[in-house]
Ligand binder design. Sequence first.
Ligand code: OGA
Ligand code: NI
Length: 366
Amino acid sequence: MVATSTDMADYDRASEVKAFDETKVGVKGLVDAGVTQIPRIFYKLPEENFLKESSADQTKFSIPVIDLGELSKDPVRRKEIVEKVREACETWGFFQIVNHEIPVSVMEEMKDGVKRFHEQDTEVKKQFYTRDRLKPVFYNSNFDLYSAPSTNWRDTFIIKMAPNPPKPEDLPEVCRDILIEYSRQVMKLGNLLFELLSEALGLNPNHLKDMDCAEGVRLIGHYYPACPEPELTLGTSKHSDSSFLTVLLQDHIGGLQVLYDDYWIDIPFEPGALIVNIGDLLQLISNDRFKSGEHRVLANGSGPRISVATFFFTGMIQTSKLYGPIKELLSEANPPKYRETTVRDYCTFFRGKGLSGTSALPYFKI
Ligand code: OGA
Ligand code: NI
């Protein structure tokens, strides 16, 4: 029998993954070398094809775009906005926001900065390449390279901006200024979003902030190079985020999809908008009231696609703070569904599993 490239019998995934990692130039390195066929480690899992693509009659489904303008001017308007946020968080776990006060010029420069990072001189970029996740500033390809069953067509840098911001001189020079400016603005927006989310849960506006949900901030700069065989792989496998909350800035290429009712629904590029999504930890503390929506990114043939995810959570930082379902939301009819965990323990479990297509949340159920 003739062996095909999909024949797994002669396929030593572990050593191919290691060789890829050791190049330290990620997926962009493959594209720069001119590959016309993608290596097998990038083949998506067959089950990624089981769910349906959004079809014509699914176009009536789209995540809401919420206008945050006039929020502070008018209490009636604020109530309406909170109501829209509540509805989006209970159904999709995703919404887009406009008039959020981050200028388009800052958003554009942030995307340009991520592009400059990934497209800078290879020797300079390689110095940031590591899997040591205690580093405050680093880059690699596929954080879960050694645990995920399938490798994604994506390179990523990660910068921990809070609670202990790196020294400016430790930030990559090609995007230093905009990293500082964008993170300042997105942290301010994060505080506002946690107020709205607290109100949407029927709590005091400061409740989630007082629980330190906004304490940790991680900026993640994704680079999805143009792929020669985009139908064979994914930019990001199906997953939900481990954060409390994620604010995502995407460019015009598209490919981000959220799973709803067994359909993959496109999240289109909206000029000037930011995407907001609930992460696993907020689903956990809301006792399943808010949904951590599963999503993925298709590979594209026309990129590079750039996106910037801001994760609100403290990640692997050692703290003793325990998070469980918020007491004020519980009752006899609504008993706690989850056991308490530290953010670090949750993340350790999430990372160990990698983006393997199943959520980490059920493992924390009582
Ligand atoms: C993520 C993510 C989506 C994107 O970083 O968790 O889902 O568009 N990113 O890059
Ligand atoms: Ni995500």
